[in-house]
Design a protein around this ligand. Structure first.
Ligand code: ATP
Length: 864
């Protein structure tokens, strides 16, 4: 059926539905018939393929070939062990990737949208996936359309369909049938399509298609969201590639040195390739994904839902947090404290006394509803509820006003106009009531003497009150619907209401924490500058001498240059429009700042997109703002942003710890194998030894490092520069000296053992290198703090991983079966004790380095 050319009646007939919506049993039937309303995900790689892909690495393939060749040449045992180790490696890699994928899936599910439908003759909120054809969906500015709809009713409804048609301007919708059967999607203005965004107005539609039958479903294949790679992942992938070439070069040289010294070519091939497999950190980018995905999962528990994975990494670089006030810093629990009626104001409506006049306006002009299913409790925006409830408790209030002054028209509140208007019938005339920000109201009033009014309002604002002004007029005839100019003009000023909104108890603390962490908190609000400044002062945002409060009007007058010059002093922006938020973000970014910005409305979307971390509100936020954001605050709380930043810093720190650990260990392995022949020693390790060390050191201890708790000082450090490279802050020099030291300890063990004629020298070398790396894992837990002070046992997973490796290594040394497989020999107690002592050398050297760094104020490497 051609929905757009059909009349609404025909559509209902076809869908067997009505304006009252479907009944529960019909819904159940249809969900069976049509399935859930969701797009099929891109075909996931099946588990076997994910496993098989673990072997795609060229080095691993060459190693397998070499092992098979060596098996054919007679060394069956070695070949089998190599294959087993490779398979175990693949299983671990597979398990990790699988876990990361699950974590990402779980996050996606949580971000799923909700819609309002009319079912069982009632309005209900349901998950968008539960929509079925025939459902009646209510649309409102800020919503994302849940399925393909034929529009039934609309009031100034505008929908942005860029995701479907590429057209970035919002389209005005209509409910009338169209003529052209083959009209392109963009011209079907009586339709609304799944995943498009309602930017203005409201309306209703009936679902005509769900899931893969929707227009977006038909092109779903093209729209699969690509998981963004993070800056660090990109840098690491590049680095791994370069490192691979270097390692391969070293391996080639090593191969020829070995041959020249008379080693068997096949043995040398196995050794060098094992070394290449061990030394190339090909798993690093994958490990980062795991760390980020698990971090994101942890953040959800702290009420921050990450929509884009790279945000987890970049959170740690935030230097500015630009936040809303209402609901984010404050509790959004409005209570009217004080009202003031202008002496000159009286309504000339029979039956309404002068002292009742302002109460009447407060009782009529609102956007809240009594919920009959919930004890007639008033529901809606807390500002609205507070004003009506206050009026209803005052002497002179009359319960019948609602019936006597029925509402005929309304212009909803928006944060650009900063006011809302309702029109009510009264004895053959109409009373127009407007409430909003004082400036907006004075603008539409014919009153000229503003002074007493502003004075009164300023006193309220200085006490931190949010001030709402009221005005009204009587008209004889209703203008055409939506005519804002006719309604919001030439009014009489009536009075003020001041309300308080208590701060969130944790906000002050969070702001103080921001400051010690080198992050500047900034308040951007639609509220009056005096109220905003009073609250900002109370919270600690406005503190220093030069801190400024700027209004939207002042901001409008500033040139880009002046704004860029003065922006670091501006701590409070009041009466700004959402468009100005975008300008503020851009100006801050010009100053090389890394900005997190909150927003909840449709118009906030551009600023959220532009900000380095766009933060949407989970409770009060619109779908549009959530779509544009990188992170959603499930509790709308400022303190949650600060927690997320802290978590972001912790995750980045831990990734860096892992990189330090892996690079230093790998470098030590290469050096040991490469330097032995250079200094005239035999090959220190067999290929299986190298592969074994690679297996036990890279996998479990690496992951355990990702669970390390945050350093105590983590929020006392300045933010990390987002441009920071992998080797920043002395990582390169650390890798070199730790690698050299570990290799030296290993080679000295080898040389000395051979010198005294110890037949177990190879087992000792193997053990020293393995244990040294465990020590390195332990010491990598913090770049700054001493492990002895942190407590050896405080990272349980790491202790577990090290204990397991230790036991396995002992098994390899002492179990006869494993002796045969690994070519090892049981060490005497003295030999074992010696190995253990030698392996702690690198550990203690790094602890000493931390001490030196502390003494030199962390500037140990400042010379490079
Ligand atoms: P924030 O931007 O921090 O959330 P805010 O809630 O004060 O602060 P807006 O919602 O843009 O910002 O409101 C701007 C101004 O508009 C308010 O200070 C108030 O004077 C007025 N206002 C807010 N809500 C309403 C409403 N429901 N009806 C009429 N006027 C309102």
């Amino acid at each position: 059926m051609n929905w757009h050319t059909s009349t609404i009646e025909a559509v209902f007939k076809e869908l067997q539905s009505s304006r009252d919506g479907l009944l529960a049993d019909e819904v159940a039937k249809r969900i069976q018939q049509y399935g859930p309303n969701q797009l099929q995900e891109k075909k996931k790689k099946p588990a076997w393929l994910l496993f098989a892909l673990q072997f795609k690495d060229v080095m691993i393939l060459i190693l397998i070939v070499a092992a098979v060749v060596s098996a054919i040449a007679g060394d069956m045992k070695d070949a089998i062990v190599i294959l087993v180790i490779i398979i175990i490696n693949a299983i671990i890699g597979f398990a990790q990737e699988f876990r990361a994928e699950k974590a990402i899936d779980a996050l996606k599910k949580m971000a799923a949208a909700h819609v309002r439908v009319k079912r069982n003759k009632r309005v209900e909120q349901i998950a968008a996936t539960a929509l079925v054809p025939g459902d009646i969906v209510l649309l409102e500015a800020g919503d994302m359309v849940g399925a393909d709809l034929r529009i039934l009713e609309c009031h100034s409804l505008k929908i942005e369909e860029a995701s479907l048609t590429g057209e970035s301007h919002a389209i005005d919708k209509s409910a009338d049938p169209l003529q052209a059967e083959d009209a392109p999607l963009g011209d079907r203005i009586n339709m609304a399509y799944k995943s498009t965004l309602v930017t203005a107005g409201n309306g209703k539609g009936v679902v005509v298609a769900t899931g893969m039958q929707t227009e977006i479903g038909k092109i779903a294949g093209m729209l699969q969201e690509r998981e963004g790679t993070t800056p660090l992942q990109k840098r690491l992938a590049d680095f791994s590639k370069k490192l691979s070439f270097i390692v391969l070069g070293i391996c080639v040289v090593l191969y020829f040195i070995g041959i020249l010294r008379g080693e068997k070519p096949l043995n040398m091939l196995l050794t060098t390739i094992s070394l290449a497999v061990a030394a190339i950190p090909e798993a690093l980018p994958a490990v980062i994904t795991i760390a980020l995905a698990l971090g994101a999962k942890k953040l959800v528990k702290k009420n921050a839902l990450i929509r884009k994975l790279p945000a987890v990494e970049t959170l740690g670089s935030v230097t500015y947090i630009c936040t809303d006030k209402t609901g984010t810093l404050t509790q959004n629990l409005m209570t009217v404290q004080d009202i003031w009626q202008h002496d000159k104001f009286d309504l000339s409506i029979p039956g309404i006394q002068k002292e009742q006049a302002l109460l009447l306006l407060m009782a009529l002009n609102h956007d809240s509803k009594e919920d009959h299913n919930d004890n007639n409790k008033r529901k809606g925006d807390p500002t609205e509820v507070a004003l009506v409830e206050y009026a209803s408790k005052q002497e002179g209030y009359n319960d019948n006003w609602k019936q006597h002054f029925p509402r005929k028209q309304e212009l909803p509140f928006d944060s650009d106009r900063k006011m809302m208007t309702t029109v009510h019938a009264t004895n053959g005339a109409f009373v127009v009531i407007t409430k909003g920000a004082l400036e907006s109201i004075l603008n539409i009033c014919h009153t000229t003497d503003h002074q007493p009014v502003t004075q009164r309002s300023d006193t309220m604002a200085e006490a931190g009150q949010r001030v709402i002004a009221y005005s009204c007029k009587l008209i004889k005839q209703l203008p055409s619907a939506g005519d804002a100019v006719a309604l919001e003009s030439d009014q009489q000023f009536c009075g003020l209401a001041g309300m308080i909104d208590p701060p969130r108890p944790e906000a002050r603390q969070a702001i103080a924490e921001c400051k010690t962490a080198g992050i500047v908190p900034v308040l951007i609000t639609g509220d009056h500058p005096i109220t905003a400044a009073a609250i900002a002062r109370d919270m600690g945002i406005l503190k220093q001498e030069g801190d400024k409060t700027v209004t939207g009007v002042e901001l409008g007058k500033l040139s880009d240059e002046d704004l860029n010059g003065g922006i670091t002093q501006m701590k409070v922006y009041a009466r700004v429009s959402p468009q100005q938020k975008l300008r503020i973000v851009k100006a801050l970014q010009k100053q090389e700042q890394f900005v997190a910005m909150t927003g909840d409305g449709v118009n906030d979307a551009p600023a959220l997109k532009r900000a380095n971390i766009g933060v949407a509100m989970g409770i009060t936020g619109t779908d549009v703002s959530k779509e544009a954001a990188d992170m959603i605050l499930l509790d709308d709380n400022f303190a949650t942003i600060v927690k997320a930043v802290k978590e972001g810093r912790r995750i980045y720190d831990n990734i860096r710890k892992f990189i330090r650990y892996v690079l230093a260990c790998n470098f030590a392995e290469i050096l040991t194998i490469f330097m032995a022949p250079v200094v005239g020693l035999p090959m220190p390790l067999l290929p299986i030894h190298i592969l074994w060390i690679n297996l036990v050191t890279d996998s479990l201890p690496g992951l355990a490092l990702a669970s390390e708790k945050a350093d105590a000082q983590i929020m006392n450090r300045p933010p990390r520069s987002p441009a920071e490279g992998i080797f920043a802050r002395g990582l390169a020099i650390y890798t070199v000296w730790v690698g050299v030291l570990m290799a030296t300890v290993t080679l000295v063990t080898q040389a000395w053992a051979i010198y005294i004629g110890d037949a177990h020298w190879q087992t000792m070398v193997f053990t020293v290198l393995c244990f040294s790396q465990m020590g390195q894992a332990m010491v990598s837990r913090s770049e700054y703090d001493f492990i002895y002070r942190m407590g050896i046992f405080t990272n349980r997973p790491l202790v577990g991983a090290i204990a397991l490796t230790f036991i396995l290594q002992l098994a390899i040394i002492y179990l006869p079966v494993l002796n045969k497989i690994f070519n090892t020999a049981p060490l005497t107690l003295i030999e074992l004790g010696l190995c253990m002592i030698l392996s702690t050398i690198t550990f203690h050297a790094v602890e000493l380095e931390k001490f030196i760094k502390k003494k030199t104020g962390n500037k140990a490497y400042s010379f490079i």
